[in-house]
Design a protein around this ligand. Structure first.
Ligand SMILES: [Zn+2]
Length: 257
C-alpha cells in the first residue's frame, strides 16, 4: 500500500472512531530540535553516565552534575516550538476526534500547540518541587535564571534543593497519571502511536492494553516497533510530515474546514 493510501486509511479509521487517543514519545519532538533524552544516540550521554547523572540517586548525590547535564537540554526546551505533528494532534482534539494525548515527553510542546488533555507520563519541566519543604515552583521562576547562571536552583521559601517534576531513572511514574493513561488505553477504540519507539516500560504496554480491549492501532514511527505486527496501519515515516496529512484527511471526511 502506498503512503498516500495508508494516510487515507488512518484518516478513515480516526474519522469514524468513538474515542481515539494518541501516544507520543521522543520522536514526536525531535523535529522541534529536542534530542531524545533517553536515547544513547542523542549525544546527551556521550560525556556522562545516565545512571550516575540523571537517576534519582545521582540527583541526590550530586545535584550540580545533574543540573550541568540538563542545562543545554533545558535551554532547548525553553526555546523549542511545537512542530506540525503537535499542531496536527491539537487540531484533531479540537475536531473532537482525539480525546487525550498520552506522552512520554517532558517538553510541554503538546500544551504549547494547544492540546488540552495531555497525560504526561514522565512528568514535565513546567514546575519543580522543593525536596525540603515541598513547595512547587513554576518553570518561569526556575529555568530562565538557571539557564543563565548554571547555579543549582534553590527554593525561594527555604533554600532547599529544587527538583524538576520529571521522572528520572530509578523513579516510579506518577501513579495517578499512569492509571489514567491505562484507563484511556482500555476504553479507546483507536490508538495513534506517533514518534514513540515503545521501548520504555510501562508506557510501552499501553498499546498492548489497547489492542487487548479491541482498539485499532495506527503507528507512525521512523523505526519498526514491537507492535508493528498488531497494528492496522504502520508508517515508518516522519511524524511532522504524516500527521498533518492524516489530520487534513480526517477533517475532509468529517466536513470540517
Ligand atoms: Zn523549600
Amino acid at each position: 500500500m502506498s503512503l498516500e493510501d495508508q494516510i487515507q486509511k488512518a484518516a478513515e479509521i480516526l474519522a469514524v472512531s468513538r474515542h481515539a487517543v494518541a501516544l507520543t514519545g521522543a520522536g514526536h519532538s525531535t523535529p522541534s530540535g529536542i534530542p531524545d533524552f533517553r536515547s544513547p544516540g542523542s549525544g546527551l550521554w556521550t560525556k556522562v553516565d545516565p545512571m550516575a547523572v540523571a537517576s534519582i540517586y545521582g540527583f541526590q548525590r550530586n545535584p550540580q552534575a545533574f543540573y550541568d547535564w540538563i542545562r543545554p537540554l533545558a535551554k532547548q526546551m525553553m526555546e523549542a516550538q511545537p512542530n506540525a505533528a503537535h499542531i496536527a494532534l491539537a487540531t484533531l482534539e479540537q475536531a473532537g476526534v482525539i480525546k487525550a494525548v498520552l506522552t512520554q515527553n517532558i517538553d510541554e510542546l503538546h500544551h504549547k500547540a494547544g492540546s488540552k488533555r495531555v497525560l504526561e507520563l514522565h512528568g514535565s519541566v513546567r514546575q519543580a518541587t522543593c525536596t525540603s519543604c515541598g513547595r512547587r515552583v513554576p518553570s518561569a521562576e526556575l529555568w530562565p535564571a538557571f539557564v543563565a547562571s548554571g547555579e543549582v536552583p534553590r527554593c525561594p521559601a527555604c533554600s532547599g534543593l529544587l527538583k524538576p517534576d520529571i521522572v528520572l531513572f530509578g523513579e516510579l511514574l506518577p501513579m495517578d497519571v499512569l492509571l489514567e493513561a491505562q484507563h484511556e488505553a482500555e476504553r479507546c477504540d483507536v490508538m495513534l502511536v506517533a514518534g514513540c519507539s515503545l521501548e520504555v516500560y510501562p508506557v510501552a504496554d499501553l498499546p498492548t492494553l489497547a489492542v487487548q480491549h479491541g482498539a485499532k492501532l495506527i503507528l507512525v514511527n521512523y523505526e519498526p516497533t514491537q507492535m508493528d505486527a498488531r497494528a492496522t496501519v504502520v508508517m515508518h515515516e516522519d511524524v511532522a510530515v504524516v500527521l498533518p496529512q492524516i489530520a487534513a484527511g480526517v477533517k475532509a471526511l468529517k466536513g470540517i474546514d
